[in-house]
Ligand binder design. Structure first.
Ligand code: GDP
Ligand code: IMO
Ligand code: MG
Length: 456
């Protein structure tokens, strides 16, 4: 491996998703040759605004909107073939080129319709059993079949990979074994197999094989060994930007388990999800919004269930890109963000949606968690049960009234906004290199200022 600094970088969410990763990847794409998704699936919704055009990307890397880039869906992604075809068609209709600039790993696992049925059936069952409140009960998944598809990957013998779609006989043989087993599993989860509304259609191996080998044929030009593709590109001097989906606090190992997604969405998922060793990555951009949001269930220490939370939701237009659900909103949790910068090895922070905080007299940031016995910790605990006893310890900072959407330089920001950013830098020990004050590319302030990094 070269001893020179490597040109490859990663963008990763430091909270519970929807931090504006799509916007930042789109912005940074100009500096890289290949943009790579390494985890998750169509549970992700990355919005990119180019002028007045808004694009919502779910499976395709955000680099697709820039000309001349290679966009890779890595082996760690779970691909819903029909959804990605829909996404390709949607982009083409809007004049976006999708051809040899999109490569999909032959080893990426396939999300089948029964995975979505399983996801929904389990969520319904959990909701029925334990109620639908934030803690306990259902996870509040996107119902895109993500968990069941990754479960099949780990189970091995019931998994289908993108490469398998290119061999109809092999696919049908696999589905023969899978379908009868899967119908029994669905029934055990409370689903009724039948053709009436609300029932799960019987799984017929032959029909599914025909449907998904047809999708595979349409995707054939894109399916390849992306591990060699990436290593060849890097050897030829091309640079790679990894685009994290979901976010560190939803990471299966390091997030608020079990209210997480089923992949390693932190940067720790990059090596396994792309075949590129971690040491190849020279820079990690951690993306955080200036407050907190989360969709679905699970602990959220700084959640605001009041008018302040509603105000953040309205100003930030906090409704899901993938499911349209209202996002839960709250003050910035710096204990959580500092933990994520540590786990992801973030060298720099991009702080997005700062504009949303204009107009508040004061702003709170969480700097510790108070346990039920009154003691305080400044360490994150990635376990939902143990986190449920925490209440926030806040530091109060001054707010600002001016709208920020027209600021073009960090020095133009009101003093209070600059102090807010400086507090984040100090607390996390990580410099903020990018500040976003609106969804458009131009609404981004790049900081030349290098902040001394304190010990984490
Ligand atoms: P991602 O999943 O991390 O890519 O984020 P999403 O696209 O799901 O959600 C972020 C939302 O905020 C999108 O609608 C973006 O267009 C929007 N956005 C990104 N940055 C900013 C910003 O600085 N200010 C405002 N007001 N909106 C932003
Ligand atoms: P982006 O990439 C926000 C959440 C779901 C649910 C949990 C598990 O747009 O930031 P899953 O369907 O993955 O099994 O759901 O994870 N979740 C996200 N929340 N943004 C995302 O992606 C998410 N991806 C998954 O809401 O709570
Ligand atoms: Mg999103």
């Amino acid at each position: 491996m070269p001893s020179l600094p490597t040109p490859h970088a990663a963008v990763v969410g430091l909270q519970w998703g929807d931090e504006g990763k799509g916007k930042i990847v789109d912005l940074l794409t100009a500096r890289y040759d290949c943009i790579v998704r390494y985890n998750g699936g169509a549970n992700a919704g990355h919005t990119v605004q180019v002028g007045t055009e808004r694009y919502a990307l779910h499976l395709i890397p955000s680099g697709i909107l820039s000309h001349g880039k290679t966009n890779v869906v890595g082996n760690g992604v779970v691909v819903d073939p029909e959804k990605i075809l829909e996404e390709i068609e949607g982009l083409r209709k809007r004049g976006v080129e999708v051809g040899s600039n999109l490569r999909i790993s032959d080893r990426a696992h396939v999300v089948m319709p029964y995975h979505k049925d399983q996801d929904a059936a389990l969520e319904d069952l959990l909701a029925k059993r334990a109620g639908t409140k934030g803690n306990g009960g259902s996870i509040g998944t996107t119902r895109r079949g993500i968990g069941p598809a990754y479960a099949d990957k780990i189970r091995r013998s019931t998994a289908i990979r993108m490469g398998d779609l290119l061999d109809r006989d092999l696919l049908e043989r696999k589905l023969d074994t899978i379908c009868s087993m899967r119908m029994a599993e669905l029934q055990a989860l409370g689903a009724t197999i039948g053709t009436n509304p609300g029932e799960v259609a019987p799984l017929v191996p032959r029909e599914l094989a025909a449907r998904f080998s047809a999708a595979g044929e349409r995707l054939r030009p894109h399916i390849t060994d992306t591990v060699y593709l990436l290593h060849d590109a890097m050897r030829e001097g091309r640079s790679v930007l990894f685009e994290g989906a979901n976010a560190c606090l939803l990471d299966i190992d390091h997030g608020t388990f079990p209210f997480v997604t089923s992949s390693n969405c932190s940067t720790l998922g990059i090596p396994s999800g792309s075949g590129v060793p971690g040491r190849a990555i020279g820079k990690v951009y951690g993306i955080m919004k200036a407050y907190s949001t989360r969709v679905g269930g699970g602990p959220f220490v700084t959640e605001l269930l009041d008018a302040t939370g509603d105000r953040i939701r309205t100003r930030g237009r906090e409704y899901g890109t993938t499911t349209g659900r209202a996002r839960r909103c709250g003050w910035l949790d710096l204990v959580a963000v500092r933990y994520s910068t540590m786990v992801c090895g973030a060298d720099a922070i991009a702080c997005t949606l700062l504009d949303v905080l204009s107009g508040f007299d004061e702003l709170k940031v969480c700097v510790g968690y108070r346990r039920a016995d009154g003691t305080v910790t400044d360490r994150f605990v990635p376990d939902a049960e143990r986190m449920s006893e925490f209440t926030p310890v806040y530091e109060t900072l001054a707010g600002w009234s001016r709208e920020l959407t027209d600021c073009h330089d960090r020095a133009d920001l009101p003093d209070e906004a600059q102090q807010y950013l400086a507090f984040i830098e100090q607390f996390t020990g990580t410099p903020i290199e990018l500040v976003s004050v609106g969804p458009e590319r131009t609404q981004t302030l790049e900081s030349a200022r290098k902040v001394p990094v304190a010990a984490r």
